[in-house]
Each structure stands twice: as C-alpha cells, then as structure tokens.
Design a protein around this ligand. Structure first.
Ligand code: ZN
Length: 969
C-alpha cells in the first residue's frame, strides 16, 4: 500500500456506516444463472488443471469434486441447508466473556485451500448477498472452526466432508468475539486430521458509503454534471472480513474463484482475467473470473464501474490496462507507460516472471490511501495515478512514477511472497519503499529518484526514529488498530533505508541473488524477516552473519551516531551510541535507552589514504590509523543508516576541503556532511557553528542535494530563533546563498527535472524572504494571467500564486477562492488551496480552517492534506492549534474508527511549537483527551518533537546569534 498519511478514510461526517438494515432474505439467482454456473465450474476445472501447478493433482481433484458436488447448494438451498439455517438461527452467540478460544491469531488446525465466492449485490439497497464455499484442510483433530467476520449477517452455515456431501457435521453453537472479529463454530463431531471439509455459507454484507474500505461505493461527476457511482474493494489490512466470512490472516493463503453480478452498463474487474460474462436480465450481467493463484485474502479485489481504459503490453506480453472515468482516462498514459516498462525491469532484477497474465490499474474516485497493491488489480487515488502534463506540477509526476513503481514492486514482494504476520509488515512496505525508487529511477531516470531518496525516505525516517518512544521495525500487533498503526514511517521509510544500506554493503549482484532466492523459496507462501536474512546470507560469500547484523537494525528502535576521534599516529578510536532527541527528564536517566549496539557496515574515505571498509560490532573499537591520512569522512554516499561525528579538528579540515575544492566529495557526500553536522546539533553533540561554517562554501555549490539540505536547515533555524534582528540577519544570509542560483537558473523555462526543482527551491525561499526581484516578476506573471490569460510555466505556479496572495491584495484572495471552487480536478483544487494556505493573513487562514467544517467546501478525503498545507505556514501555527482544540469533538467523531489517520493528522498540527508554554498546552490537552485508540502512541512522539525544539534553542540560539553577528551585516 502507498500511504496518503494525512488523508482521511471517511468522506462523510457520520461515524458509523449502517444506515441500511441488512435483509436476511436471500436473493437466489435464476435457473438460467444456475446453468451458467455449472458450465463455469466445468471450464474452471480445466483451467485450474492446466494453469495451476501449485497444488497436487489429488488436491485439485478433491476441490473439483467438492465444487461439483456442492455447486447446487451454493445457490439453491437443499432441505439440509434449511436445517442448517434453522440450526444456526436458533443458536444465540455466547457472550465475549465466555468466548471459548484465547489468542488473537486463528488456530492453525484448520487451513483454507479454496474459496468459491459469488457476490450478488443489491446496489440500490447497499447490501450484498453472497454464497460461498471454503474448502479447508484439517491439520489437527478438532471440534471447532474459527472464521473472521465483521458486520456480516450469516443466514446459513454448514460443514461437510469433501468426499461425502451427505456427511454433514452439525454446527451446535456459535460465538463471536468483536475485539478480533472472531466467529466461532462449535461442531457436533470432530474433524479428522488430513481430511478436507467444505464450509458452506450464505450471508449478507454491506456496501459501505461512509468508510472507504471493505466493499464501498464512491462517486464521480461526468462532464455534463451527472453523478455516477463506482464500487470497489479495499481489504488491507483486515477488511475482507467485512465483505465475506474468511480466514483473514496473511498466512492463510488460498485460491479464490470469484463471480459477481453487476448492473447493466457496468463492468467488473478482479485479480485475474475474466472467464465469462452472461447477461442475466435487462438489469444484470454476470461476471466470472478465473481462479487466482494462492494468495492472502487481503489482496483480493473487485471493481465495478463504467470506466474507460487504455491498454498496452509489456515486452513479456503482459496486458496492462489503466482505467479511469472518461474525463480522466487520457491522463493515465504516463502511469500506463511506467507500468509497461517497469514490469519487465522487475522481472529481470527479481529473476522471476510477473506471476499473472494481466495487470489492471484503476483510479478510484474516493480512496483512503495513495494506492493498494491488490494482485493484478491495483487501485489508486486520483492524484497517485493521473498525470496531466499541461496542468499538473513536477511533484505530481514524481508521485505518480513512485506510486506505480511501489505497487508493482509489491506484486512480487507482498503478493507472491507475503509477510507471515503483520508484525513484519515492513517486509512488504520497506521493500516496496526501496524498490519504488530503484524501479522508477530505471524507467524515469530524469527524476533522479535514488538521489532524492535522501529527502523522501532517509531524513523523514530518522526524524521519527530519533525519538525515545519510537518502536522497532518488527513490532508486535494483535488488534486491527495496532496493525494499521504499523503502516508508518518506520515500516516504510526506515525499512527502505536499511535495505539500501544492506545492498550497498553486500553489493548489488549479491543482494539480488539473495532476493531471488528468497522469492523463489517462498513464492505463493509467507515469510518472516529471518527468512529474508537467511536468503541473503545464502547469497553472500562474505564472512558475516547477516541475520545477527540485521537483527540489530530491525529488533531494536533508533539508530546510532558513529564517532571517530583521538586519531594518533597509529590508531583512531571509534564508538557508537544511540541518537536521541526530545527526551524528558525521566527518560534521560533511563539507561536502557543507551544500551543498544548495532552491527554497522562502514565505508570511509580519507584525504590521502583512499577508501576503506570495515564493520563495527561493538560499542567501541580501535582502528589502525596513519597521521598522514589527513581528514576522514565516514559513510560514503550516505548509504549507512546512521549519523557520523568527529573531533573538531577533523570537522574543520572537512570544511576547509569544501571551501578549497568541494568536488572532492560527490553530491551525496556533500549532502551528508551538511545533514550530519546539523543533525548533531539537535542532541547537542556538536556546536551549530560547525554547520554554519560549512554553509559558507555554498555560494559556489551548484547541485540540488547540498543546496536543499542547507537552505532547509537554515530556514528551520530561522523559525526556531526568536530574536528579530538575528532572524533578519539569517534571512539575509540565506538570500546571499541563493542569489547566485537565481542568477544562473532564474526563471528559465527549459531545464532538466532536477534543475527545475532547484529553481523551485531557491525562488520559493526568495519569495518567502521577500526578495524584490522575485516578487515583482511573480506579480507581473500573475497580472498577465489575470488580464491576458497568459499561462505561466506550471513549475513556477506555486511560487507566483503564493507571492500574489501575499502581495497582490484582496482581489487575489477572491480570484483564488473562485478558482478553488471551480477547479475541475482534485489536483487543481489542491493547487489553489495550497496558494491560499500560504497567506500571512490570519483572517483568510481562519476562513480556510472554517471551510473544513463544511464538507461541501472541503471534501472529507481532502481534509487531512489541506490541514497539512496550513500547518506548513508558520503564521497559521497558533490559529491551527486553537482551531483543532475547539473542534476536537468533531475531528474525533470523524476519525474515531480510523485512529491511524487521526495519528497522522495529530503529527502535523504543531510543527512550529518550540516553547515550554506550548509544550504544556499540548501535553495538558492530550492528558484530558487521550481516548484515541492506537493514535495515543503518537502523543509522546509529538511531545518529544516539541521538547527537541525547545532543547535545540537552549543549546544553540546564542551561538547562532554570535555567529551571525560576526559574519553577517
Ligand atoms: Zn506498499
């Protein structure tokens, strides 16, 4: 899944979804339909025999027999079924207290092999009638079965042996445990080991309209303004159980055979190719899909729409289609091209062919996250898949390339091989986060995504991982809330960072040899992080213990600072300790926080001695050293996931080198020197004057990475210090650094992608610090747009609009609000809202905040990202927090069923808070309002970040002021 961290999964205000009461009356298909079904099953059998080499022939035979024997019972209840129905209806569920099974995982004594699911939605009534069989194997003698189900009404459920349909096993009692959505069936007789059984179920579930998961309805508007409905599923992580009863754990992989009826004028898509369609009446069409490979239930997907599509083929003849509403369909070309090129790339580097014969990618009108990697049927939100080069920003192109690359990487890593349990969700997400950069870098090399990795993954990962209350990559999760909370920066971004570090350490060839081994050993099955480490160990000849090394990065939280000092003629001393910021007084004395030791692969360069590498296994060590080596720089190319520190003499030698000839270090290494020297000021491990001195070479710097790193850090210092005269001096200093860049790049229209980003960086900062030339240029461009309809280059749009809103008077506000209300795409609405949110006018900012209370003005799935846009504006900081406190009850109602999204929003609220009074205010508020589920664990992280900013000021403010007084007029 690609996250859309601050966006909401709800798009209406009500907190619960069931406005419809499910009918227990079954809607049985017609006789015609039953005949179709018979043919389908026979053909399906042939298909399974030919296509699936997964199961033994015997097992398949058993399924076939079962399917044929029971096809009728799926749709036309027999006397036996009616008895079962009567039985199940008279049994009352036992209370949670007396629930007869303990544990949060399903027992392994029953294992599903095959699901045949038919869904017959009543689209107008927002309910789905369903019939299904699940063929299961009994692994241990037992007299009970537990399934997952949530908000599903089961009308009949019965068990029989595969071999003998008449050999029915009576369900004598049922019980439910809502905490884990368990549905317990007590059987009259024991099921025997190594025997197969069939669970027959008829049920009714809901089509959701207020929660964007399970099977839900969203909508879009046609060009003539008509509202059309769209239906799709989103099952990750635990929502399949809200559509049909199932064994909803990743490890319970099975074959899925799915069919659905759709309204006339609509078509259906699922994970596999269509097997057949048949018109059932003037209103309904029956769609039947080929059986899937063995897969986890959270990857099952269905889409019912009237969308159009584009189509292409990969070099390996895989059909790829991109689906969107007719107005947007033409703008799926870019994502189609990325997909067509990237599938063969992954096939080559993984060494394993794409496991399915087709790939469908669909733009879902309302979508909770960025995208979802359902096997063979990826679903996206509009802004993750649509790229219109005439209206969309550079950033959108990058997001689309990365998101498509991410989801397709999952088709192997996640779908073919799945994590065994959610505690290892990073195996899916960390790998996809890394591969999205590798893959998109290959198919769109102009985006330089492996370089941008340092901004998109590395820095945000360490930003979270630096806090004392952060969790390790591999973390226990039992409830659905706990599972959802693990879809965070640590699983995605830190996971990606440690894989990048390991690839650089083992070498690319060895790394992918290990990945091939891992995928081929575990395909169509599940695996743990230990399986991955064993595969990589298998691939390497190096004398190192990969599992032991990598356990230090995955099983303990945080990351180390590596310090090299006391260089003498013969030796140097190197030591490691945990990087920590934002500790309160009690955690400072907590020795357990400092016990961690990492196995650190180290690449270093010296001034005269060249490159070296070694691994630090202990808290500290002595290295052989020669004084003639000159300066030393650790962590070459910044591939290691750690910070580096030196004695002042070495820092000064590195700064001298940058000033003398910075090209001795490549762009990544120059970035790293600026990054580390600033990072070390936060826990007070290095004086800020080192970082500031280093920035004095920047007037000569021409590359994006070091410029962005230093300018953003200086801008952060600018908002952290409160002395107005020092702030003004710092603004002047930043303008001095960026002036040469503006002279070189200016407003040139045709530049490379990275140079365009560099233009955006320097012009945005120049505008923020009121550089007269940038303001006048922007206002002229704005006026030409208003008066002559002259378009300006998209890459400068945000800068021009932001200058206009702050310097162009009230008419600009009116114009941009009008454009916002009349924008015809989600991305354009965002463009105009972003410009409005950059205003320094408190009255306008309050108006924007109030717009979020009215869902006609800001859609609910835009609320999170719009709040984030406002939170980036320092002027809005206090009003935003006061607004949140005032409307806390409303936000709580919106997100109480999705506390992971609530947690993401909370993280954005107090970005600029840096005083004791603000800390106390936030702490007191959440002391009173702490009933927020798993989002509760976000509160210590937020407080630690405020504490870290307070501490930074304490350690560094005077030094910054003195440095500016000495250096800047
Ligand atoms: Zn993902």
């Amino acid at each position: 899944m690609t996250r859309m961290a601050s966006e909401t999964k709800y798009y209406l205000l009500k907190s619960e979804e069931h406005e419809q009461t499910a009918s227990k009356k079954n809607d049985h298909p017609s006789v015609d339909y039953f005949c179709v079904r018979q043919q389908v099953i026979r053909k399906e059998i042939c298909c399974m025999l030919i296509c699936m080499a997964i199961f033994s022939m015997v097992l398949i035979g058993l399924f076939i027999t079962a399917a044929i024997q029971h096809r009728k019972s799926q749709f036309i209840p027999s006397q036996k079924d009616n008895e079962s129905e009567n039985n199940s209806m008279i049994l009352s569920p036992s209370s949670a207290k007396s629930f007869p099974y303990h544990g949060y995982r399903l027992p392994l004594h029953i294992y599903p092999n095959y699901y045949a699911i038919h869904l017959h939605p009543k689209y107008d009534q927002l309910i789905t009638h369903g019939s299904m069989i699940i063929v299961v194997t009994c692994q241990e003698k037992t007299d009970f079965i537990i399934l997952h189900k949530k908000q599903i009404v089961i009308s009949t459920i019965s068990i029989s042996s595969v071999n003998n349909r008449n050999d029915s096993i009576k369900v004598i009692k049922t019980a439910e445990k809502s905490k884990y959505n368990f549905y317990y069936l007590q059987l009259e007789d024991y099921l025997q080991p190594n025997h197969q059984y069939i669970i027959h179920v008829k049920f009714t579930s809901y089509i959701r309209t207020k929660i964007l998961n399970g099977f839900y309805r969203s909508h879009y508007k046609t060009t003539n303004g008509t509202t059309r409905y769209f239906y799709s599923t989103l099952f990750e992580s635990t929502h399949a159980r809200a559509v049909f009863p199932c064994f909803d754990e990743p490890v319970m992989k099975a074959i899925f055979s799915i069919s659905i009826t759709v309204p006339n004028g609509y078509s259906a898509l699922s994970n596999t190719r269509l097997y057949l369609t048949k018109r059932l009446s003037n209103q309904k069409v029956f769609y039947k899909f080929r059986p899937s490979p063995k897969m986890s239930v959270y990857l099952v997907a269905l889409v019912v729409s009237d969308f159009k599509h584009l189509e292409g083929k990969t070099t390996s003849n895989i059909s790829v289609r991109t689906w969107a509403n007719p107005r947007l369909c033409q703008h799926t070309k870019y994502s189609l091209n990325i997909a067509i090129k990237i599938i063969p790339f992954y096939e080559r580097i993984y060494g394993i062919a794409y496991p399915l014969s087709k790939m469908d990618m669909v733009v879902v009108p309302q979508f909770a996250d960025g995208a979802m990697e359902n096997w063979g049927l990826i679903t996206y939100r509009e802004t993750s898949m649509i790229y219109n080069k005439l209206t969309d920003a550079l950033h959108t192109k990058q997001i689309v390339a990365l998101t498509v690359a991410h989801e397709i990487a999952h088709q192997w890593f996640g779908d073919l091989v799945t994590m065994r349990w959610w505690n290892d969700v990073w195996l899916n997400e960390g790998f996809a986060s890394y591969m999205e950069n590798v893959g998109a870098n290959f198919v769109a090399p102009e985006l330089k995504l492996m370089k941008q990795f340092l901004f998109t993954n590395y820095a945000p990962a360490q930003d979270q991982d630096a806090l004392p209350t952060i969790h390790p990559i591999v973390t226990h999760a039992a409830t659905a809330d706990q599972i959802d909370y693990l879809f965070d920066d640590i699983s995605y971004l830190k996971g990606g960072c440690i894989l990048r570090m390991l690839e650089s350490f083992l070498g690319t060839e060895t790394f992918y040899r290990g990945i091939y081994h891992y995928l081929s050993q575990h395909k169509y099955k599940t695996a743990t992080h230990q399986d991955l480490w064993r595969a990589l160990q298998w691939a390497t000849d190096a004398k190192l213990n990969v599992p032991t090394m990598m356990n230090t990065w995955t099983l303990q939280p945080g990351f180390p600072v590596l310090t090299l000092e006391n260089r003498s003629n013969n030796t140097a001393f190197i030591r490691q300790y945990r990087y920590l910021i934002g500790q309160n007084s009690s955690s400072k004395t907590d020795k357990s926080l400092h016990k961690s030791v990492w196995h650190i692969p180290i690449f270093l360069a010296t001034e005269h001695g060249g490159l070296r590498n070694f691994t630090l296994y202990k808290k500290s060590d002595i290295l052989p050293w020669k004084k003639s080596d000159g300066w030393v720089k650790l962590n070459i190319n910044q591939t290691g996931y750690y910070c580096t520190n030196y004695d002042l003499k070495n820092w000064n030698a590195l700064i001298d080198q940058l000033k003398k000839n910075y090209s001795v270090f490549n762009e990544l290494d120059r970035h790293q020197l600026l990054y580390d020297s600033y990072m070390l000021t936060k826990p007070n491990l290095l004086t800020v004057s080192v970082f500031l001195n280093m920035t004095t070479y920047l007037e000569k710097e021409r590359n994006y990475l070091p410029l962005r790193e230093s300018i953003e850090n200086l801008a952060e210092i600018e908002y952290l210090i409160h002395d107005e005269s020092a702030r003004q001096k710092l603004k002047n200093y930043i303008l001095k650094i960026i002036r040469p860049q503006i002279q070189i790049l200016g407003w040139k229209k045709n530049t490379t992608f990275m140079k365009s980003k560099q233009q955006q960086l320097v012009l945005t900062k120049a505008a923020r610090y009121d550089a007269a030339s940038v303001i006048s240029h922007s206002l002229s461009a704005y006026n030409r747009w208003i008066h002559n309809q002259t378009r300006f280059p998209i890459k400068f749009r945000d800068i021009i609009l932001s200058v206009a809103i702050n310097h162009g008077g009230i008419s600009v506000e009116k114009k941009l609000l009008w454009e916002y209300y009349h924008a015809n795409s989600t991305s354009l609405r965002q463009v105009y809202f972003k410009a409005l949110a950059s205003s320094r006018n408190i009255k306008l900012l309050n108006r924007l905040l109030n717009m979020m209370l009215n869902l006609k003005e800001v859609k609910i799935d835009e609320t999170g990202s719009f709040l984030k846009l406002i939170s980036k504006n320092q002027v809005a900081s206090e009003p935003l927090w006061n607004y949140f406190k005032s409307y806390y009850a409303l936000f709580y109602q919106r997100y109480k069923l999705d506390t992971a999204t609530l947690a993401d929003i909370l993280k954005e609220l107090v970005t600029y808070f840096s005083t004791e009074a603000q800390y106390d205010d936030v702490a007191n508020f959440f002391r009173l309002h702490n009933d927020i589920g798993s989002a509760k664990s976000t509160i210590p992280l937020i407080l630690s970040k405020i504490r870290a900013r307070i501490q930074w000021k304490k350690f560094n403010e005077i030094t910054v002021k003195n440095w500016l007084n000495e250096r800047v007029l």
